[in-house]
Ligand binder design. Structure first.
Ligand code: CTP
Length: 145
C-alpha cells in the first residue's frame, strides 16, 4: 500500500519583479498541485548574481506583493541557489515547481520531493515588460505633462 501525505506542500522560487500575468499563472498552477504553496522570493543580491541587474522592486516589496496573493500560503527569502535542498527540507516540500526555463536544473532534488517544470506563459517576462516601458517612455512622459 502506498502512503500519500495528507497535505501536499508545493514550493516554488523566483524573483517576481515587476509582477505580471505570467508570474500569477505560474503561482496559480503551482498552488493547484497541492494544499499550500510556499514561495521563495529571490533576494536582491541573488537577483544581481542571477540576472546581472538589480530588481526594480526591493526584496521587501516583492515579498509583500507575493504574500498578498490568495493562492500563496507562505513566503521566505531565497538567498542562494545553492541552498535549494535546505529550503525544500525546511519547508517540507512534497513538490518543487519551477518554470520550464529551468528544465532539468533541479532534477537532483528528486530524492526528497517531486520536481515539476511548468510551461512558461508565452510572450511576457519582466525583461520584455521593462523593454516595453522603455520603448514607450517618450509618449508616456508626454502624457504626464
Ligand atoms: N514565469 C512563467 N511565465 C512567464 C514568465 C515567468 O511561468 N512568462 C515563471 C518562471 O518560469 C519562474 C517564475 O515565473 O518560475 C518567476 O520568474 P522570474 O524569473 O521572476 O520572471 P521573468 O519574467 O522570467 O523574469 P526575467 O525577464 O527577469 O528573466
Amino acid at each position: 500500500m502506498t502512503h500519500e501525505p495528507a497535505e501536499t506542500t508545493v514550493v516554488t522560487f523566483g524573483t517576481f519583479d515587476v509582477f505580471h500575468h505570467g508570474h500569477l499563472k505560474l503561482l496559480q498552477r503551482a498552488a493547484d498541485l497541492g494544499n499550500r504553496l510556499i514561495v521563495g522570493v529571490s533576494s536582491d543580491a541573488l537577483n544581481i548574481s542571477k540576472k546581472g541587474r538589480p530588481p526594480v522592486y526591493s526584496e521587501d516589496e516583492r515579498i509583500e506583493i507575493i504574500s498578498g496573493l490568495r493562492c500563496v500560503s507562505g513566503v521566505f527569502l531565497e538567498e542562494s541557489l545553492a541552498f535549494k535542498r535546505r529550503y525544500l527540507l525546511q519547508h517540507r516540500a512534497d513538490v518543487l515547481v519551477m518554470g520550464d526555463d529551468w528544465s532539468g536544473r533541479f532534477d537532483d532534488m528528486g530524492d526528497i520531493c517531486r520536481v515539476l517544470y511548468l510551461p512558461r506563459t508565452p510572450d511576457v517576462s519582466t525583461t520584455s515588460t521593462l523593454e516595453r516601458i522603455r520603448a514607450d517612455a517618450p509618449r508616456r512622459v508626454a502624457l504626464l505633462v
